[in-house]
Write a protein that binds this ligand. Structure first.
Ligand SMILES: [Mg+2]
Length: 231
Protein backbone atom coordinates (compact mmCIF):
# COMPACT_ATOMS: atom_id res chain seq x y z
CA UNK A 1 0.00 0.00 0.00
CA UNK A 2 1.50 3.28 -1.05
CA UNK A 3 0.55 6.33 0.95
CA UNK A 4 0.54 8.74 -1.92
CA UNK A 5 -2.01 11.35 -2.91
CA UNK A 6 -2.18 11.91 -6.67
CA UNK A 7 -3.99 15.11 -7.65
CA UNK A 8 -5.05 15.37 -11.27
CA UNK A 9 -5.85 18.42 -13.35
CA UNK A 10 -8.72 17.76 -15.78
CA UNK A 11 -8.65 19.84 -18.98
CA UNK A 12 -5.64 19.18 -21.20
CA UNK A 13 -4.39 16.52 -18.76
CA UNK A 14 -7.11 13.84 -18.49
CA UNK A 15 -9.34 14.98 -21.32
CA UNK A 16 -10.16 17.44 -24.08
CA UNK A 17 -13.69 18.79 -24.08
CA UNK A 18 -13.50 19.74 -27.77
CA UNK A 19 -14.41 23.33 -26.89
CA UNK A 20 -17.85 22.27 -25.63
CA UNK A 21 -17.20 23.00 -21.94
CA UNK A 22 -15.73 26.42 -22.77
CA UNK A 23 -18.81 27.26 -24.85
CA UNK A 24 -21.08 26.07 -22.04
CA UNK A 25 -19.14 28.24 -19.58
CA UNK A 26 -19.44 31.32 -21.81
CA UNK A 27 -23.16 30.68 -22.35
CA UNK A 28 -23.66 30.37 -18.58
CA UNK A 29 -21.72 33.58 -17.92
CA UNK A 30 -23.87 35.46 -20.45
CA UNK A 31 -27.07 34.05 -18.94
CA UNK A 32 -26.14 34.88 -15.33
CA UNK A 33 -23.96 37.99 -15.64
CA UNK A 34 -24.91 39.43 -19.03
CA UNK A 35 -22.54 40.38 -21.81
CA UNK A 36 -18.98 41.22 -20.90
CA UNK A 37 -17.87 44.76 -21.71
CA UNK A 38 -14.41 43.31 -22.17
CA UNK A 39 -14.13 42.11 -25.76
CA UNK A 40 -10.87 40.33 -25.28
CA UNK A 41 -11.42 36.58 -25.31
CA UNK A 42 -9.06 35.16 -22.74
CA UNK A 43 -7.37 31.80 -22.44
CA UNK A 44 -8.90 29.55 -19.79
CA UNK A 45 -6.07 27.02 -19.43
CA UNK A 46 -4.70 26.72 -15.89
CA UNK A 47 -7.25 29.16 -14.45
CA UNK A 48 -9.99 28.51 -11.93
CA UNK A 49 -13.59 29.04 -13.01
CA UNK A 50 -13.97 31.81 -10.41
CA UNK A 51 -10.85 33.52 -11.81
CA UNK A 52 -12.28 33.28 -15.35
CA UNK A 53 -15.51 34.97 -14.21
CA UNK A 54 -13.58 37.79 -12.48
CA UNK A 55 -11.38 38.33 -15.56
CA UNK A 56 -14.34 38.30 -17.93
CA UNK A 57 -16.08 41.11 -16.00
CA UNK A 58 -13.11 43.21 -14.85
CA UNK A 59 -15.21 46.34 -14.26
CA UNK A 60 -17.56 44.67 -11.76
CA UNK A 61 -16.86 44.10 -8.05
CA UNK A 62 -15.60 40.61 -7.25
CA UNK A 63 -17.97 40.30 -4.27
CA UNK A 64 -20.99 41.04 -6.49
CA UNK A 65 -19.90 38.50 -9.12
CA UNK A 66 -19.06 35.76 -6.64
CA UNK A 67 -22.29 36.27 -4.66
CA UNK A 68 -23.96 34.65 -7.69
CA UNK A 69 -21.56 31.71 -7.88
CA UNK A 70 -24.21 29.16 -6.84
CA UNK A 71 -26.59 30.37 -9.54
CA UNK A 72 -23.76 30.38 -12.05
CA UNK A 73 -22.72 26.82 -11.09
CA UNK A 74 -26.30 25.52 -11.47
CA UNK A 75 -26.66 27.26 -14.85
CA UNK A 76 -23.33 25.95 -16.15
CA UNK A 77 -24.27 22.41 -15.03
CA UNK A 78 -27.66 22.67 -16.76
CA UNK A 79 -26.12 23.82 -20.03
CA UNK A 80 -23.33 21.24 -20.02
CA UNK A 81 -25.85 18.50 -19.19
CA UNK A 82 -28.01 19.61 -22.14
CA UNK A 83 -24.91 19.49 -24.32
CA UNK A 84 -23.79 16.07 -23.01
CA UNK A 85 -23.99 14.44 -26.42
CA UNK A 86 -21.81 17.14 -28.03
CA UNK A 87 -19.37 16.87 -25.12
CA UNK A 88 -19.07 13.10 -25.60
CA UNK A 89 -18.77 13.40 -29.38
CA UNK A 90 -16.35 16.31 -29.63
CA UNK A 91 -14.43 15.58 -26.45
CA UNK A 92 -12.18 12.65 -25.62
CA UNK A 93 -10.12 11.09 -22.88
CA UNK A 94 -6.45 11.61 -23.70
CA UNK A 95 -4.23 8.79 -24.86
CA UNK A 96 -2.88 6.55 -22.10
CA UNK A 97 -5.00 8.13 -19.35
CA UNK A 98 -7.20 5.12 -18.58
CA UNK A 99 -4.20 2.77 -18.37
CA UNK A 100 -2.34 5.12 -16.03
CA UNK A 101 -5.44 5.58 -13.82
CA UNK A 102 -5.93 1.82 -13.69
CA UNK A 103 -2.31 1.10 -12.81
CA UNK A 104 -2.31 3.74 -10.08
CA UNK A 105 -5.52 2.33 -8.65
CA UNK A 106 -3.84 -1.09 -8.53
CA UNK A 107 -0.94 0.52 -6.61
CA UNK A 108 -3.40 1.55 -3.91
CA UNK A 109 -2.69 5.27 -4.06
CA UNK A 110 -5.41 7.88 -3.42
CA UNK A 111 -6.38 9.60 -6.68
CA UNK A 112 -8.32 12.84 -6.67
CA UNK A 113 -8.56 16.16 -8.51
CA UNK A 114 -6.84 19.50 -8.30
CA UNK A 115 -8.68 21.51 -10.88
CA UNK A 116 -9.95 24.97 -11.67
CA UNK A 117 -13.31 23.41 -12.54
CA UNK A 118 -16.17 24.00 -10.12
CA UNK A 119 -16.62 20.75 -8.14
CA UNK A 120 -19.93 19.57 -9.69
CA UNK A 121 -18.67 20.47 -13.18
CA UNK A 122 -15.51 18.43 -12.60
CA UNK A 123 -17.65 15.47 -11.62
CA UNK A 124 -19.96 15.86 -14.62
CA UNK A 125 -17.06 16.05 -17.09
CA UNK A 126 -15.47 12.87 -15.71
CA UNK A 127 -18.87 11.14 -15.61
CA UNK A 128 -19.58 12.01 -19.24
CA UNK A 129 -16.15 10.70 -20.25
CA UNK A 130 -16.62 7.48 -18.25
CA UNK A 131 -13.62 7.89 -15.92
CA UNK A 132 -15.29 9.14 -12.70
CA UNK A 133 -14.88 5.72 -11.02
CA UNK A 134 -11.13 6.28 -10.57
CA UNK A 135 -11.43 9.34 -8.33
CA UNK A 136 -12.01 9.92 -4.65
CA UNK A 137 -13.77 13.25 -5.22
CA UNK A 138 -13.85 14.20 -1.53
CA UNK A 139 -10.03 14.25 -1.34
CA UNK A 140 -9.67 16.93 -4.02
CA UNK A 141 -9.85 20.70 -4.41
CA UNK A 142 -11.77 22.64 -7.02
CA UNK A 143 -12.40 26.00 -8.64
CA UNK A 144 -15.37 26.33 -6.29
CA UNK A 145 -12.97 26.45 -3.31
CA UNK A 146 -10.97 29.53 -4.32
CA UNK A 147 -10.36 31.81 -7.30
CA UNK A 148 -6.62 31.24 -6.72
CA UNK A 149 -5.33 27.91 -7.95
CA UNK A 150 -2.34 28.23 -5.64
CA UNK A 151 -4.71 27.84 -2.64
CA UNK A 152 -5.96 24.47 -3.84
CA UNK A 153 -3.20 21.94 -3.02
CA UNK A 154 -3.30 22.56 0.77
CA UNK A 155 -7.12 22.29 0.67
CA UNK A 156 -6.91 18.92 -1.09
CA UNK A 157 -4.19 17.69 1.30
CA UNK A 158 -6.31 18.62 4.33
CA UNK A 159 -9.41 16.93 2.91
CA UNK A 160 -7.48 13.76 2.02
CA UNK A 161 -5.95 13.64 5.52
CA UNK A 162 -9.37 14.04 7.13
CA UNK A 163 -10.94 11.43 4.91
CA UNK A 164 -8.19 8.81 5.08
CA UNK A 165 -7.17 9.39 8.68
CA UNK A 166 -3.53 10.09 7.87
CA UNK A 167 -1.39 13.02 6.87
CA UNK A 168 0.18 12.80 3.42
CA UNK A 169 3.78 14.07 3.54
CA UNK A 170 4.50 16.85 1.02
CA UNK A 171 6.84 14.53 -0.86
CA UNK A 172 3.99 11.98 -1.21
CA UNK A 173 1.63 14.45 -2.86
CA UNK A 174 1.84 14.60 -6.66
CA UNK A 175 0.17 17.28 -8.79
CA UNK A 176 -0.25 16.39 -12.47
CA UNK A 177 -1.20 19.12 -14.93
CA UNK A 178 -0.64 20.72 -18.32
CA UNK A 179 0.12 24.36 -17.46
CA UNK A 180 2.69 26.46 -15.55
CA UNK A 181 -0.10 27.23 -13.04
CA UNK A 182 -0.33 23.52 -12.16
CA UNK A 183 3.44 23.43 -11.55
CA UNK A 184 3.30 26.60 -9.40
CA UNK A 185 0.47 25.08 -7.43
CA UNK A 186 2.53 21.96 -6.67
CA UNK A 187 5.57 24.06 -5.75
CA UNK A 188 3.61 26.23 -3.32
CA UNK A 189 2.53 23.10 -1.45
CA UNK A 190 5.93 21.36 -1.56
CA UNK A 191 4.39 18.64 -3.71
CA UNK A 192 5.88 16.77 -6.65
CA UNK A 193 5.03 18.45 -9.97
CA UNK A 194 4.48 16.31 -13.07
CA UNK A 195 3.78 18.27 -16.25
CA UNK A 196 2.26 16.85 -19.43
CA UNK A 197 2.50 18.67 -22.76
CA UNK A 198 -0.98 17.67 -23.94
CA UNK A 199 -2.43 21.15 -23.34
CA UNK A 200 -1.50 24.54 -24.84
CA UNK A 201 2.11 24.49 -23.54
CA UNK A 202 5.02 22.67 -25.18
CA UNK A 203 7.52 20.49 -23.33
CA UNK A 204 10.10 23.28 -23.67
CA UNK A 205 7.74 25.92 -22.23
CA UNK A 206 6.78 23.66 -19.32
CA UNK A 207 10.43 22.81 -18.65
CA UNK A 208 11.28 26.47 -18.01
CA UNK A 209 8.98 26.24 -14.95
CA UNK A 210 11.12 23.40 -13.55
CA UNK A 211 8.63 20.60 -12.86
CA UNK A 212 10.04 17.41 -11.30
CA UNK A 213 9.12 15.57 -14.48
CA UNK A 214 7.72 16.56 -17.86
CA UNK A 215 6.16 14.15 -20.34
CA UNK A 216 4.99 14.62 -23.93
CA UNK A 217 1.80 12.73 -22.96
CA UNK A 218 0.65 9.82 -20.80
CA UNK A 219 0.73 7.41 -23.73
CA UNK A 220 3.76 5.50 -22.43
CA UNK A 221 2.31 3.95 -19.27
CA UNK A 222 5.62 2.79 -17.79
CA UNK A 223 7.30 6.17 -18.22
CA UNK A 224 4.23 7.97 -16.85
CA UNK A 225 4.09 5.75 -13.76
CA UNK A 226 7.79 6.20 -13.07
CA UNK A 227 7.41 10.00 -13.38
CA UNK A 228 4.34 10.10 -11.12
CA UNK A 229 5.58 7.70 -8.44
CA UNK A 230 9.17 9.03 -8.63
CA UNK A 231 10.74 5.64 -9.28
MG1 LIG B 1 -5.42 21.92 -17.52
Amino acid sequence: MRHKLILWDIDGTLLYSGGVAGEAMRAAMTRVYGRSSDNERRAYAGKTDQQIILETFPDRPAAELLSQLDVFTATYLDILSEWAEAFRTRGRVLEGVVDVLRRLRAEGVVQSLLTGNLAPVARLKLDLMGIAEFFDFDSGAYGSDSPRRIDLAPIAAARAAQRHGRVFAHADIVVIGDTPNDIACARAAGARAVAVATGPFSIEELRTHAPDAVLPSLADTGTALAAILAE
